[in-house]
Design a binder for this molecule. Structure first.
Ligand SMILES: [Mg+2]
Length: 229
């Protein structure tokens, strides 16, 4: 094994907890500024997501909150130039609320000392993921980054994994991919010729053939020591 590639959101830090805080802040903003009740905003948010997905498909622009909020404002006939304020409020709150998963940094340090190249393979736009890695203090441990914006496709598309392997300088068979989604990370990585590792902190009865499951990062170090022989 020569390289370990991590998904970022909900793998190295909790996306869900940061999103919850940021979304609640946004709900308060639109209720105050646009007189939109939370239930109505939730409906519009989902509708805007469907529209955006229809327009950009399997592309990182689907994650662009500025465009999503622009669509919401278009749907309700309000000035679109409130959208940047909404996106800034969301991301400012989100980035301030991020928390690393337990043992994430120690694990990356250990993998580094084992001589492994560390990468990130993530479905998101580049500027956002660069900022998350900086604020989480992970930049000293990351050798390369692949975003779906750069790959022009989203996981589980094999082309994103191929670009990860290319940047690692190793063959797919010499790469491990660790992520919280069984389908989009672990299984997709396995289908691309890598070792797929499912990060599942809560544990699960689910699983898939040939997929290793870890409940925490301390288990990952032990597993990789075995795989590296
Ligand atoms: Mg994830």
């Amino acid at each position: 094994m020569k390289s370990v590639i991590f998904d970022l959101d909900n793998t190295l830090y909790s996306y869900d907890r940061a999103h919850e805080k940021a979304y609640a802040e946004l709900q308060r903003f639109v209720e105050r500024e646009l007189r939109l009740a939370p239930a109505e905003f939730n409906r519009l948010h989902a509708e805007a997501h469907r529209i955006l997905k229809r327009r950009c498909g399997n592309n990182a622009a689907v994650h662009n909150r500025l465009i999503r909020y622009q669509i919401i404002l278009e749907l309700i006939g309000k000035p679109i130039f409130i959208a940047p304020e909404m996106a800034n409020l969301y991301w400012h709150t989100f980035l301030g609320a991020m928390e690393l998963e337990p043992d994430a940094v120690q694990t990356l340090q250990t993998l580094r000392t084992m001589g492994l190249r560390i990468g990130i393979g993530t479905n998101m736009t580049a500027d956002c993921q660069f900022e998350k890695l900086r604020l989480l203090g992970l930049t000293p441990y990351v050798d390369f980054l692949v975003t779906s914006e750069e790959a022009a496709v989203e996981k589980p598309d094999a082309r994103l994994f191929a670009l990860c392997a290319e940047k690692s300088g190793a063959a797919p068979g010499e790469c491990c991919f660790v992520g919280d989604s069984l389908e989009k990370d672990a299984l997709a990585a396995k289908n691309a010729g890598m070792t797929g590792i499912w990060y599942c902190p809560g544990g699960s009865d689910r699983g898939a053939e040939g997929i290793r499951v870890i409940r925490g990062f301390s288990e990952l170090t032990a597993l990789l020591q075995t795989l590296c022989g």
